[in-house]
Write a protein that binds this ligand. Structure first.
Ligand code: GAR
Length: 200
């Protein structure tokens, strides 16, 4: 199964997907393309090192966000991608794009949704004072971090945590959970029933 990985930043999740899926022939999963909305994203270097095609698609280069989405859609079709994997991609898609790829876009979010959606989930988690943080992998719908939840893992919050230390421990769980969920998808084991995702 061919996937596209969309990134904006450092790309530690991408690195895990390269090592655990793309470079493991038994996975049957190929990262056909990595797309970044930021030219300087370190994730692009990781992709190039693994000889994966990369594209930079910047919102500033398009007259509106629908055109930005259309360019990403063009790349997805060009590379014959079945699943769109958001890995630290910090842009939201417009409804037509989300509808076109319904149940074919997944995201990893560093919080236990529906708590702490949005752009600063780890800082929001700490500021609220919850004792259990975590990671969520979910399908993308038209809302912000609101799509059907596929899998979650919990991470205890320590009294000594700052945003960086907590995010680092959450990322350890992300790096285990995300490749696993993508394998489930490739094996046809995910069944979406309304808001519920059954892992068969
Ligand atoms: C990850 O922790 C991911 O969960 C988060 O960005 C980080 C990217 O790290 N995504 C979001 O906050 C999406 N709302 P990475 O570039 O090292 O994979």
């Amino acid at each position: 199964m061919k996937i596209a990985v969309l990134v904006s930043g450092s790309g530690t999740n991408l690195q895990t997907l390269i090592e655990q899926l793309h470079q493991d022939e038994t996975s049957g999963i190929e990262i056909a393309v990595v797309i970044s909305d930021r030219r300087k994203a370190y994730a692009l270097t990781r992709a190039k090192r693994a000889s994966i095609p990369t594209h930079v698609v910047k919102t500033q280069d398009f007259k509106n966000r629908v055109d930005f989405d259309t360019e990403i859609s063009r790349l997805i079709e060009h590379y014959a991608v079945e699943l769109v994997v958001l890995a630290g991609f910090m842009k939201l898609f417009q409804p037509p794009f989300v509808r076109k790829y319904q149940n074919r876009i997944i995201n990893v979010h560093p919080a236990l949704l529906p708590a702490f959606p949005g752009a600063h989930p780890v800082a929001d988690t700490l500021a609220y004072g919850v004792k259990i943080a975590g990671v969520t992998v979910h399908f993308v719908d038209e809302g912000v971090d609101s799509g059907p939840i596929i899998a979650q893992a919990a991470v205890p919050v320590l009294d000594t945590d700052d945003a960086e230390s907590l995010h680092n421990r959450i990322q350890v769980e992300e790096h285990k959970l995300y490749p696993e969920v993508i394998k489930w998808y490739a094996q046809g084991r995910l069944k979406v029933e309304g808001r519920k995702v059954i892992v068969q």
